[in-house]
Design a protein around this ligand. Structure first.
Ligand code: BDR
Ligand code: CA
Length: 329
């Protein structure tokens, strides 16, 4: 269905112009890797306080390892990387090797990381950081299943009111599902966690498939990465070559969605996104539609508005931001 008259995507993001302190909560994943690179390449907009890994695309031992590989690739070995939860709150882990490969970062050969994993648990890092930093000064950027964030909120409800904003990749409405006919992967893997996050009351901005399926890689975008003449540019091109094959075949499209960097791009140039402030509820009960994000796009209920649910992105602006920033690394 065509999306008519979108609200200004900035409505929930009045913080977006200022430099943000963020925690990236992630399950790398090639698109997670590009999101991390975009954040690390953008110090004028973003200060990465730490990266917390979660089980998702692949199990936790691989996601925490991949997060360190990406930091090293970017030359940012002082970013603290933490391992978080190894399984969803109450379900068996579902992974996505069919998309991301056995390691989660299949494509180019990258060396084992040498930077250490932090001793602390990722959830403790999230809690301690939110308690230490000024209230309202830390944005959470989940780009995997929401297990770490929900666990932190359950264990330390005092931090909920201290979060500046959650900007997450997950869910879908008009684009329906990618892991089931009804659900997007990040929400499907841990729907109970997603339910806790959407009900938390924190200002939340969502980058669903409705947006990311409008941010498709094209041959010229990939060539843009490859021809940067940098090691990082070549690695991004090779990751893209790898993960594209699955979506191109599935959707018979020219390219594949580069999902997770939308979260970071929003922090830098929010005006490239448009969406609506709506109610979003997560299905946790039905086997058929488990993990579906039911967005009241047309305002047909009285349910309280709890999320800025994005619907579109200026793809040219998005890829131009990605290319110009990643060329810095
Ligand atoms: C999401 O699922 C993962 O496979 C990607 O990394 C992204 O976060 C897209 O549905
Ligand atoms: Ca991800």
């Amino acid at each position: 269905m065509a999306i008519a008259s979108l609200d200004n995507g900035n409505a929930g993001g009045h913080f977006a112009a200022m430099r943000r302190k963020i925690i990236i909560d992630t399950d790398p994943g090639q698109d997670d890797a590009v999101a991390i690179l975009l954040a690390l390449a953008s110090p004028e907009n973003i200060e990465v306080l730490g990266i917390t890994a979660v089980a998702g695309n692949v199990p936790l031992p691989l996601t925490q390892r991949n997060a360190r590989i990406v930091c090293e690739l970017a030359g940012h070995t002082s970013i603290p990387v933490f391992a978080g939860c190894e399984a969803p709150l109450s379900r068996k882990l579902v992974t996505a090797e069919h998309v991301h490969g056995k390691t989660g970062l299949d494509g180019p050969q990258l060396p084992d990381p040498t930077m250490a994993l932090q001793d602390a648990h990722g959830v403790d890092f999230i809690i301690e950081t939110l308690r230490r930093e000024a209230a309202g000064s830390v944005t959470l950027c989940p780009i995997g299943p929401l297990t770490n964030i929900a666990t932190a909120f359950q264990r330390a409800p005092d931090i909920i009111g201290r979060v500046q904003e959650i900007v997450l990749m997950g869910g879908a409405y008009f684009e329906v599902g990618n892991i089931t006919p009804a659900a997007e992967f990040n929400i499907y893997v841990d729907p109970e966690a997603a339910d806790i996050v959407f009900k938390s009351g924190v200002t939340t901005t969502v980058m669903p498939l409705d947006v990311t399926h409008k941010a498709l890689t094209t041959a010229s975008h990939v060539q843009g990465f490859r021809s940067m003449g940098t090691h990082v540019g070549r690695m991004v091109a090779e990751w893209t070559d790898f993960f594209e094959r699955y979506d191109k075949e599935k959707y018979a499209s020219e390219g594949a969605p580069l999902h997770d960097p939308c979260v970071i791009a929003y922090l830098i140039e929010p005006e490239m996104f448009q969406g609506r402030h709506v109610n979003v509820e997560v299905e946790t009960g039905s086997d058929l539609t488990l993990g579906m994000t039911v967005a009241d796009w047309w305002g047909v209920t009285d349910r309280p508005k709890n999320a800025q649910f994005m619907g579109s992105v200026d793809a040219d602006a998005y890829f131009s931001l990605l290319t110009s920033r990643i060329a810095r690394l």
